[in-house]
Design a binder for this molecule. Structure first.
Ligand code: PRP
Ligand code: URA
Length: 209
C-alpha cells in the first residue's frame, strides 16, 4: 500500500522542519519550531472546518461574518504531543484538551498506556490527535482506537514527521482518519526510529537527552 497522508508542501514548513531536524538545535529553539510548525499544519488541517454565518458590525457598516461551529478537542499523546497544544490553543482558545499518556516499550515497540482519563463520551465534534512523530504507528493507532470508542464526529491526526510504515499502518487500521504531516521520511531503522527524522522528539522538546 502506498502511504497516503496530506503532506504540507509549504516552503516555510520545509524550512522550519530542516531547522527542527538539526542535531545542534537546542530545546528552546526546538520548542519554538514545534510551535510554528504546529500552527502552520493546523491551519491546513482546519481548511474544511464547519462555519455558520453571523452578523458583525464594523466601525463602518454591518456585514456577514463567519463563526466556527465545531467543538474542537485536542488529544495530545504524552509526552511529545504536549508541545503541540499551546500553539493550537493560542489560535483556538476555546478548544478542550484531553491528555493521553502512551509510551513505546523500547523492546517490543508496542504502546503502553499510562494515563487515560477520557470520559465514555467526549463532548466534542472534531478531535485532533497530536504527536510530532508517527513512527511504527502503534501509538497513533492506540490513541485512535481509544478515541473512536468515545464517538467524536470527526478525527484527524496531526504529526510533524512520519515514516511510510506508520502512515501505512494508521491508514490500514483507521482509513477514515485523515493524517496531516509536515513530511514523510525514508524509513524506520531497526530500533523503530525515523530516518532521517530528528531523534527522540520528547527528549529534544524537554531537554532530557
Ligand atoms: C514517541 C512519539 C510517539 C511515538 C511514536 O513517543 O512521540 O508517541 O514515540 O512511535 P510509534 O509510532 O512507533 O508508536 P515515546 O514513546 O518516545 O514517548 P515520549 O513522548 O514520552 O518520549
Ligand atoms: N519517537 C521519536 O521521538 N522519534 C522517532 O524517530 C520515533 C519515535
Amino acid at each position: 500500500m502506498t502511504p497516503s497522508a496530506i503532506v504540507s508542501t509549504h516552503p516555510l514548513v520545509l524550512h522550519k522542519l530542516t531547522q527542527l531536524r538539526d542535531h545542534t538545535t537546542p530545546p528552546p529553539l526546538f520548542r519554538a519550531l514545534v510551535r510554528d510548525l504546529t500552527q502552520m499544519l493546523i491551519v491546513e488541517a482546519l481548511a474544511d472546518a464547519a462555519l455558520r454565518p453571523c452578523v458583525v458590525r464594523t466601525p463602518m457598516a454591518e456585514c456577514v461574518g463567519a463563526q466556527l461551529t465545531e467543538r474542537v478537542g485536542l488529544v495530545p499523546i504524552l509526552r511529545a504531543g504536549l508541545g503541540m497544544v499551546d500553539p493550537i490553543l493560542s489560535l483556538m482558545p476555546e478548544a478542550s484538551v484531553w491528555h493521553l499518556g502512551l509510551y513505546r516499550d523500547h523492546q517490543t515497540l508496542q504502546p503502553v498506556t499510562y494515563y487515560n482519563k477520557l470520559p465514555d463520551a467526549l463532548p466534542i465534534d472534531l478531535a485532533l490527535v497530536l504527536d510530532p512523530m508517527l513512527a511504527t504507528g502503534g501509538s497513533a493507532i492506540a490513541a485512535l482506537d481509544c478515541l473512536k470508542a468515545r464517538r467524536p464526529t470527526r478525527i484527524k491526526l496531526i504529526a510533524l514527521i512520519a515514516a511510510p510504515e506508520g502512515v501505512r499502518a494508521v491508514t490500514a487500521a483507521h482509513p477514515d482518519v485523515p493524517i496531516h504531516v509536515g513530511v514523510i521520511d525514508e524509513r524506520l531503522d531497526e530500533t523503530g526510529y525515523i530516518v532521517p527524522g530528528l531523534g527522540d522528539a520528547g527528549d529534544r522538546l524537554f531537554g532530557t537527552m
